[in-house]
Design a protein around this ligand. Sequence first.
Ligand SMILES: *Cc1c(COP(=O)(O)O)cnc(C)c1O
Length: 398
Amino acid sequence: MNNAEIVKKGQENYMHTYASYPVAFARGEGCYLYDADGKKYLDMVAGIAVNALGYNNKRLNDALKAQLDTGLIHTSNLYYNEKAVTAAEKLNKLTGSSEVFFCNSGAEANEAALKLARKYGSAKGKYKVCSMVHSFHGRTYGAITLTGQDKYHKGFSPLLPGVVYAEFNNLESVKEAVDEETCAIIVEPIQGEGGVIIADREFLEGVRKLCDEKDVLLIFDEVQCGMGRTGYPFAFMGYGVEPDILTSAKALGGGVPMGALLGFSKVKGLYEPGNHASTFGGNYLAATGANVMLDILAEGELLENVKASGEFLESKIKALCAKYSDICLESRGLGLMRGMQVSVVPSQIVSACMEKGLLVATAGYDVVRFVPPLIITKDQIDWAFSVVEEAVKGISKH
Ligand SMILES: *Cc1c(COP(=O)(O)O)cnc(C)c1O
């Protein structure tokens, strides 16, 4: 099928939860995607911060193929599985967590975190969870309630009770929102969907201290900012602020759907048999993807590239902000999780770039987001910004 045929079939048969662009990809190689009509795109979206190794990565493909050849994709968590226990051990060693629960997505990981936090507080009458304004935690009921953006709540009331919101990077606001009935605070160290906003170090340190004083669990949602994206294996390592619970997904399986809940010492042993479950969680295929990702992260070279290419990307955004200051307002982010705040509707720039063979995304209301594969080179970023510049130039008065 060509692009037009696939798009038409999608429009006729999908439930329209997405306003998808009229393009369908047929294959990928490195940082490039090719659509069903053969048009080539440089991909700075990476399946929304999922495809950290790009496309057609030999190591990942070989491992997945070898796993398929064992005949096993899935058995059940009724039994142990070597790939999953190995991935769990790697995560514990890498982060200092004590135990791991595997699921299939970010929302599921956050649901698991929410339940664990409520269980922690249940004996003490603590059930409230404090989340941040502009946060994003997923689309299931608990997760949309945690998501501090009205647009995701509209039409879906009543939401989960016991969730309160504080302002991100405003410790006083968090102190006001937390009381004796609070069992957890959930924070993205770098807000992704909300507009690529990085937490101040003092803020996370202050929240950690508050949690310790008030016997409140600290949950870091690293679904988007984890797995090397910031130049650290997980963003919290760059801050030196350890959570009690960490959630991961997106890049965790290298593109295969996988989520995880990491429990640190304070919650060790809290989940008991029967408390929580996932049929597919940690299946052989997903865990194989995670093992490859975690090995590559541990080797360090990928993180070096994130730092070098990330700094270059930042310099490119800053250069545009200096040159077209009526359109490009601010450079945000860390590593290869970057945003450019703009004074126009960001999808206008996204569409102009797409036409010229570059994929970028939006975040929040006014941000163009760049979350490319972590293997992207400076040359590729350089080319990408010649395209972004053209798109901006087309609407700038400068
Ligand atoms: C994408 C995202 C989620 C939701 O993940 P899904 O896999 O879509 O459920 C949760 N939290 C953050 C920070 C995310 O970026």
